[in-house]
Design a protein around this ligand. Structure first.
Ligand SMILES: C[S@@+](CC[C@H](N)C(=O)[O-])C[C@H]1O[C@@H](n2cnc3c(N)ncnc32)[C@H](O)[C@@H]1O
Length: 285
């Protein structure tokens, strides 16, 4: 048996290449992210035709898609919406989605742009900025928050999310324990500090928001076990396996992969739902 074994968190280089690969399938496997996006819209000040919105690190426009479905925009007269992501593949996926879903032409203005440098946008531009499920993978999160603060209008509101719990990791932990019961239990792909409310608050304040203008709220939803059989989530198997089997022998890694495949295809996993808990910072400039 190879040793030692150190399950680790996701690496920045892995995550960038992952999102490039995952772009075309992300939207179809992120039902729970769409639900979270809907909840974010309920938490934020009401959007109106004169709102100017940034869907920051938008992926294929998960928040944007939910904005366009809001009842107040049923007759058209949408707000101004910009969507940014540093993955060109994600922005292409968003643009393809706009065509598929017949979003009004040129309504959503897309930009391949790093959240740490929004210099194309002037100060005080946006009334609403949403950054869902991205701050914890940005190399310098304080820069991203400072850019959010700079580009928000006075009294504008930013909603930034992190996770509190990613229930699906128990699937991977179970397989890990079956193959290497001696290895320290894998705590998931995110650095543990990010699972704490204090970290999100510290980043919001470190990026320039005043403490009494940042409220942290909790949201929750469920991810279906059967979603792990969809092409999009299947793409996560490889990077997670790499993290968990760090330091293992080839033979152990092969057994892990085999058991993971079996478990993900099993009725036990497919019929279960896994809790996903989210922290949201609602910050006013
Ligand atoms: C988990 S996805 C979240 C997508 C979407 N906001 C949602 O709610 O599902 C994270 C996104 O952040 C993007 N991303 C990662 N680092 C970034 C950066 N430095 N600047 C801009 N986007 C980034 C990725 O390409 C990916 O689309």
């Amino acid at each position: 048996m190879a040793s030692p074994s150190h399950p680790s968190n996701i690496l920045q280089s892995d995550i960038s290449s992952h999102f490039e690969k995952a772009a075309s399938t992300y939207e179809h496997t992120s039902a729970f992210m769409k639900e979270i996006a809907g909840q974010l819209l309920n938490l934020s000040p009401t959007l109106a035709p004169d709102s100017v919105v940034l869907d920051n690190a938008a992926g294929p426009g998960i928040v944007t898609g939910e904005i366009l479905r809001l009842p107040q925009f049923k007759e058209g007269n949408y707000p101004t919406i910009h969507a940014t992501d540093n993955s060109a593949a994600m922005i292409r996926a968003l643009e393809a989605r706009a065509v598929h879903e017949s979003w009004p032409k040129d309504l959503v203005k897309t930009h391949v742009m790093d959240s740490m440098d929004l210099s194309t946008f002037p100060d005080n531009m946006f009334t609403h900025i949403y950054m869902a499920a991205a701050i914890f993978i940005i190399p310098e999160p304080l820069k991203a928050i400072a850019e959010i603060k700079r580009t928000l209008k006075p009294d504008g509101v930013a909603l930034v999310t992190s996770f509190e719990k990613q229930g699906f990791i128990e699937i991977f932990q179970h397989v890990q324990q079956a193959i290497r019961p001696d290895s320290p239990i894998w705590k998931g792909p995110m650095p543990e500090e990010w699972l704490k409310e204090e970290k999100l608050r510290a980043v919001m304040e470190g990026g320039g928001f005043e403490g009494d203008k940042v409220k942290i709220q909790s949201l929750g939803t469920w991810m279906k076990g059967e979603d792990w059989s969809t092409p999009g989530l299947m793409l996560w198997r490889e990077p997670f396996t790499k993290l968990i089997t760090n330091g293992w022998s080839e033979e152990e890694t092969a057994r892990f992969e085999e058991k993971l495949k079996e478990d993900l295809a099993s009725e036990t996993v497919k019929s279960k739902s896994y809790e996903m808990k989210v922290f949201v910072a609602v910050a006013t400039k």
